[in-house]
Design a protein around this ligand. Structure first.
Ligand code: SF4
Length: 346
């Protein structure tokens, strides 16, 4: 906390006591860097000054405002929770840790952050920064991603908490992890705890914290059909239980590898969607997007279709190309829409 007095990072939400704004900033910052999340926080705060404003907003509008930030379940949970608080807590953010923890999208870390920052309740935060600082300082080799490891670190961080100043303590240890005891090359030389840090003394810094599981990533291969029909393009809302639920995309063929134009045209799925008069005018270069557990590879296939003999699926929506910007798309589609030079020559 002495270190924090001299080194804290100024942030617009620091010292904030409004639980709604703390919650908003915490959800935005989950899996997002501060520099990237900051403009989104400002935008949400301006668009929805209160939690009831957020609850009353249409989901499409929220997803559009969230566009580019990724992990869209956060935006949907944000909306769900705002409505939950409007309907079940008379629009007032709950004040007890146990109630805060019950909110959708709020885990123990976020509940502790809101409880301590907004209400001064004695709950210690445990995020990636805290795991790193504690595992190094105490030389703890227990993996941080096991039930036993989480229990051990939770107990330790709760014991260490400065119970009379939980907000300062929590902010201090997170800032310390984010700026001093960073993952690679921590600034040990200027660290006030160098004399008692086990990892430093025993040369364990690069090995701590320990993780037991390595994430398995799978690759997926998408062929988006950009169906030009008259002056319009067909899009659809993703409703299935999969990535990007609630966002929009184009009719999609998923295969186990990327197909060239000839192979694509021969697939039954393509023929089921595109009538025989449909003509592929161009195919994009492959685009990729890395998600936590998946790597998405996508080709964008522009097809001109004079008319549809059969029935058009109910979920498709015809949109003028210039109006596509009004819909929230996954990042990979935004990249494609922004860069029209990336076409393969066929
Ligand atoms: S001495 Fe180095 S590893 Fe130990 S707490 Fe300080 S910055 Fe982290």
């Amino acid at each position: 906390m002495n270190w924090f007095g001299k080194n804290h990072r100024p942030m617009p939400w620091k010292g904030e006591k409004n639980p709604y704004l703390i919650w908003l900033s915490e959800i935005i910052l989950q899996q997002t860097r501060v520099a990237q999340g900051l403009p989104y926080f400002e935008r949400f705060k301006a668009a929805y000054p209160t939690i009831t404003d957020l609850a009353n907003a249409p989901e499409d509008e929220i997803l559009k405002l969230w566009e580019g930030l990724g992990y869209y379940s956060r935006a949907r949970n944000l909306h769900f929770t705002a409505k939950d608080i409007r309907d079940n807590y008379e629009g007032v953010f709950p004040t007890e840790y146990a109630d805060i923890l019950k909110l959708k999208g709020v885990g123990t870390y976020t509940a502790a952050a809101i409880s301590s920052f907004a209400y001064g309740l004695p709950y210690a935060v445990l995020d990636g920064n805290v795991f790193r600082v504690l595992s190094r300082y105490f030389g703890i080799k227990e993996p941080i991603d096991t039930t036993a490891g989480k229990k051990l670190f939770t107990k330790l961080s709760q014991e260490l908490l400065a119970k009379k100043r939980p907000a300062d303590y929590n902010q201090a240890i997170m800032d310390f992890g984010a700026t001093q005891c960073v993952p690679a090359n921590p600034a040990c030389k200027s660290c006030p705890m160098i004399q008692s840090c086990v990892a430093h003394q025993e040369n364990l810094i690069s090995q701590l914290p320990v993780k037991s599981k390595k994430l398995k990533k799978r690759s997926r291969f998408f062929h988006y059909l950009i169906i030009n029909h008259g002056n319009q393009i067909w899009i659809r809302k993703r409703t299935q239980k999969d990535i990007w639920q609630g966002l929009y995309d184009f009719p999609l063929l998923e295969t186990d590898q990327l197909l060239d134009r000839n192979k694509l045209e021969k697939t039954t799925e393509y023929q089921q969607i595109i009538p025989s008069e449909g003509v592929i005018s161009q195919v994009s270069v492959p685009f990729t997007q890395q998600l936590t557990h998946q790597k998405i590879n996508a080709l964008f296939v522009e097809v001109t279709v004079p008319n549809f003999p059969g029935e058009i699926p109910q979920e498709w929506i015809a949109v003028a190309r210039k109006d596509l910007k009004n819909y929230a798309f996954p990042r990979i589609i935004d990249l494609y829409l922004q860069d029209k030079s990336l076409y393969l020559n066929f």
